[in-house]
Design a protein around this ligand. Structure first.
Ligand SMILES: Nc1ncnc2c1ncn2[C@@H]1O[C@H](COP(=O)(O)OP(=O)(O)OP(=O)(O)O)[C@@H](O)[C@H]1O
Ligand SMILES: [Mg+2]
Length: 503
């Protein structure tokens, strides 16, 4: 149905697509896979008229397709959810969903029909949101759901989804995939880009693997591949994940970060937690359990109404993220890195070094050169794909942007680091490299509070796991790294808590 052949797309200093080929059949879900920077989003943008290719050919039902802009793709029945958000914050949910096809009645916008359309599309995803709510007031996950609803609003024949579940919970992703299966069964084609390989393998029928802008597999049935074979193709050689070295945590040490009976304006009650130097404390819970809000309250971005926060045994009152870093050497990697984390028009190296700038200057170093040296060290460690050291962050692929905001905090030389969903959107190999880096920092004495909805990641990295449910700590478990057993215990704990509430 949709065929792209030998696509070429060059940006200054990098050939993002170098002969990429993609063949998608009607009634199928096609996985588009590859490491961070492989060219997936560029291909999606060429197929939706955002970028003009420098070479190659696109056909739809055998006819040449010339896309001079996004409207052409829409007219051809090709819908898309881009990796980055494209909503207009000041507009309402309903206005965003119907943005390009506002219903009119007697020359004015028919707001009732617009609202009904928003409810219908959100209903497909089993999402309840006020159609009149301004998009600026939504959480990252809600924003992502509105983007998807918008793409579902038109009766598209082809739907391209670029990392659609990056900020969604398991349940929300399940609803999306139920819709995807219905679309497939009605003869549409869906192209899915995702680093969550379990999801990909559960829903996709066929696959294309991109490496350095080239297709190293295209159109084959997914059933013929194992997950590890796909990873090998992405990476370009046999890839084996290394086991993390075990660490010993000194249980007697004064906690680096301690919360005692903390309550917040957000509604947290009786939250008590300790993270010791050299320890990784996992904070696991379902989305909405209040983990990110707790982190924000600690950092002064939310209000603490009772209890105490201590850093290295002394009461701490933190007002801003900057103060946390300067006075307490406490760093915070937010969940919403794309919006909060980066200066997109600044060089990658500047972004990484921004947290250490004062230190570099104080040491009397030429900031520019010292900054670059420090930053390039992390560029290497996290394999951040830049074409020149002067490249600006906004030109990196989505996953590479995330690596930059992680590197920034790793470079900051903190004593305590709170990281919120650190590996969402990051490819398998870099994820493993990041886990090693994190474990290494802990081995050097850093105290880490790891907020993650990725249970395998939590069990792999954490020394102890605190389970949060409904704004309280349901319990804290010692992690024996036995995944089946740990996950059973954690799930049981979350359920016990919910049942108690109901009773
Ligand atoms: N507007 C741009 N200007 C310059 N370079 C760009 C631009 N957009 C993408 N690139 C480069 O093209 C290459 C491919 O990027 P792309 O975003 O397609 O990767 P991706 O496969 O989607 O990766 P990810 O999994 O991280 O989202 C990268 O090297 C990236 O830096
Ligand atoms: Mg991408």
């Amino acid at each position: 149905m949709l065929v792209a052949e030998n696509l070429i797309k060059t940006f200054p200093g990098v050939r993002a697509l170098d002969g990429a080929t993609l063949r998608v059949s009607p009634g199928s879900v096609h996985a588009l896979l590859g490491e961070n920077g492989a060219g997936k989003s560029t291909l999606v943008k060429v197929l939706t008229g955002v970028y003009q290719p420098d070479g190659g050919r696109i056909t739809l039902d055998g006819d040449d397709l010339r896309l001079t802009g996004p409207m052409d793709a829409q007219a051809a029945g090709i819908g898309v959810v881009h990796q980055e958000r494209n909503l207009i914050p000041a507009f309402s949910v309903a206005e965003n969903i119907s943005l390009h096809h506002l219903p009119h009645r007697r020359g004015v916008v028919d707001r009732a029909r617009m609202r009904a359309e928003a409810r219908r599309c959100l209903g497909l995803l089993e999402v309840e949101l006020d159609p009149d709510a301004p998009v600026a007031t939504l959480s990252p996950a809600q924003g992502q759901l509105v983007e998807i609803a918008k793409a579902l609003s038109l009766e598209n024949r082809v739907l391209l989804l670029d990392e659609p579940t990056a900020s969604l919970t398991g349940d929300e992703a399940d609803h999306l995939y139920a819709v995807v299966r219905r679309l497939r069964d009605s003869g549409r084609a869906v192209v899915l880009v995702s680093h969550k390989l379990e999801e990909v393998f559960a829903v996709a029928d066929t696959l294309t693997v991109l490496r350095d802008g080239r297709s190293v597999a295209s159109g084959e049935a997914l059933a013929g591949f194992s997950q590890s074979r796909v990873v090998d193709l992405m990476v370009g050689r046999a890839y084996e994940q290394v086991e993390l070295a075990r660490r010993e945590v000194n249980a007697e040490a004064v906690p680096a970060l301690r919360l005692a009976d903390v309550a917040t304006a957000h509604g947290h009650r009786d939250v008590s937690l300790e993270v010791r130097p050299g320890e990784i404390l996992g904070l696991y819970g379902l989305v909405g359990a209040g983990r990110s809000e707790l982190a924000k309250a600690i950092l002064g971005l939310g209000r603490i109404t009772a209890g105490t926060v201590e850093v290295h045994g002394k009461p701490a009152r933190i007002a801003t993220v900057g103060e946390a870093l300067r006075r307490y050497r406490l760093g915070y990697v937010t969940e919403d890195r794309k919006d909060e984390g980066l200066f997109l028009d600044q060089q990658v190296t500047r972004n990484i070094a921004v947290t250490v700038w004062r230190r570099l200057a104080r040491l009397g170093l030429v900031p520019d050169r010292a900054e670059r040296r420090l930053a390039l060290d992390f560029v290497g460690k996290l394999d951040i794909r830049i074409s020149t050291p002067r490249q600006v962050a906004g030109q990196l692929s989505g996953g590479n942007q995330q690596k930059v905001s992680l590197a920034k905090w790793l470079a900051a030389d903190c004593d305590i680091l709170i990281v919120d969903e650190p590996t969402v959107g990051i490819d398998v190999r870099t994820k493993a490299a990041f886990h090693e880096l994190i474990a290494g920092l802990a081995a050097d004495g850093l105290a880490l509070l790891l907020i993650s909805s990725d249970l395998p990641e939590t069990v792999a990295l954490a020394d102890r796991i605190a389970v949060m449910s409904d704004l309280r700590i349901a319990g804290v478990l010692d992690n024996d790294h036995d995944y089946p057993r740990m996950s059973r215990q954690i799930i049981r704990m979350i359920h016990a808590e919910t049942h108690a509430e109901a009773a």
